[in-house]
Design a protein around this ligand. Structure first.
Ligand code: FES
Ligand SMILES: [Fe+2]
Length: 404
């Protein structure tokens, strides 16, 4: 981040703080129409999301460092279709469905490993690291078999820095184009120098959007995190950017002279002045929240497991070529803090789910501090196609003029 941008953010934060002290309504956010709670429980809407949102979006899968060598592979099964990620002989990472072209047997059952080929567990059809079918036992029993056409089925697989994403849609735009201008903000965090550290998992009894919503707004901090995050952060002075495509970015200032519970990392890099002194997060549509920090940071992914079930994956990554004891210790402080804060967020989700399921609440009311959440819901409807959504489940499209 250059000095000009740092100065711009600082001025915006000061302006937001002054506005909240004057108790004035912001001028960059309209009145947000009520959000139908049925969007969290309707099975048909869930299916529409699966087809048009998860079936066509770039989804975070892993870090490049998790596939360190040629032949390193991992089984990735978070998005309800098992995928093999493998580093090929040309050092490129590819993604294939874990489904044999013969009759659909699985190639990989271990969570990760290293191999020179994938042999199916059923009848041993064998594929090279680039997916080519290279061996069929008793091949003479298959008259006219075209081995060239029967390689493993690939998915789109591209990286942003060292973050690997997959996409089921062969016609999807390239990943960098999909991330758009949010990518310029993310570039500041040197993702090409990031490595995997650890993951925290939580299985939640709520819709995936209820889980994601809880991390996409700062309004809840003063109440939900009264003794943990609130003494550290001033959620009134947030600065938000929202783009077409559902992505957004939010800076929430740390309190000047406020509490510090863990080592946030400090690389001494002058570009990182904002990073060091403010909390930054981004929503990468559809299901990822990035909590951006100078050294260790967390990548939150919310994986639907049914209309009322979610797998919450909190991936911790750090900066550098290897995890030194000092880096591990710094990351462990973050992990310890997340282990306290995540359950606070999770504690609200069951009640919201029940309010939706029972119909006790039909419509949610959102304020300007929650506008990213509304923007994200608008984008879901655009991805599905508004005309495909029953009227009582739609959100009104009002944020267009406020998107960058
Ligand atoms: S299903 Fe894979 S070899 Fe038969
Ligand atoms: Fe929170």
């Amino acid at each position: 981040m250059d000095q000009e941008k740092i100065a711009w953010y600082k001025a915006r934060i000061d302006a937001e703080l002054a506005r909240s002290e004057r108790r004035e309504t912001p001028d960059d956010c309209p009145q947000l129409p009520p959000l139908p709670m049925a969007r969290y429980v309707d099975p048909h809407f869930y299916q529409l999301e699966q087809t048009h949102v998860f079936g066509k979006s770039w989804l975070y899968a892993a870090m490049e460092s998790q596939l360190p060598e040629i032949g390193s592979y991992m089984l990735w099964d978070e998005a309800q279709f098992p995928v093999i990620l493998v580093r090929g002989r040309d050092a490129k990472v590819r993604a294939f469905y874990n489904a044999c072209s013969h009759r659909g047997g699985s190639l990989v059952s271990a969570p990760s490993g290293k191999t020179s080929a994938f042999a199916c567990n059923f009848h041993c059809w064998t594929y090279d690291l680039d997916g080519r079918l290279k061996f069929v036992p008793e091949e003479y029993e298959f008259p006219g078999l075209d081995k060239k056409a029967l390689g493993l089925r690939p998915l789109r697989c591209e990286s942003f820095g060292n973050m690997i994403f997959v996409n089921r849609d062969p016609a999807a735009v390239p990943l960098r184009e999909y991330i758009g201008e949010l990518g310029d903000e993310l570039d500041h965090f040197d993702f090409h120098r990031r490595i995997y550290v650890d993951t925290l998992y939580y299985d939640l009894d709520c819709n995936w959007k209820i889980a994601l919503d809880a991390f996409a707004e700062s309004y809840h901090i003063f109440r939900t995190h009264a003794t943990t995050v609130a003494p550290m952060m001033d959620s009134r002075a947030g600065v938000t950017k929202m783009w077409k495509g559902g992505h957004s970015y939010m800076i929430t200032p740390f309190r000047r002279g406020g509490a510090v519970y863990y080592d946030r990392g400090d690389t001494g890099d002058p570009r990182h002045e904002i990073t060091r002194n403010e909390n930054q997060s981004a929503t990468l549509f559809p299901n990822m929240e990035l909590f951006l920090m100078e050294e260790s940071m967390s990548l939150l992914n919310f994986w639907p497991r049914g209309v009322d079930k979610t797998r919450f994956e909190g991936v911790v990554i750090t900066l550098g070529d290897e995890i030194t004891p000092a880096k591990r210790a710094q990351a462990d402080q973050l992990i310890e803090q997340l282990g306290i804060v995540f359950p606070e967020d999770i504690s609200n989700m069951g009640a919201v789910q029940r309010s939706a399921e029972t119909g006790m609440l039909e419509m949610a009311q959102l304020g300007c501090l929650e506008k990213r959440l509304y923007q994200f819901n608008e984008e879901i409807d655009r991805k599905i196609g508004v005309e495909n959504i029953p009227e009582h489940l739609r959100v009104q499209q009002v944020l267009g003029p406020y998107l960058l």
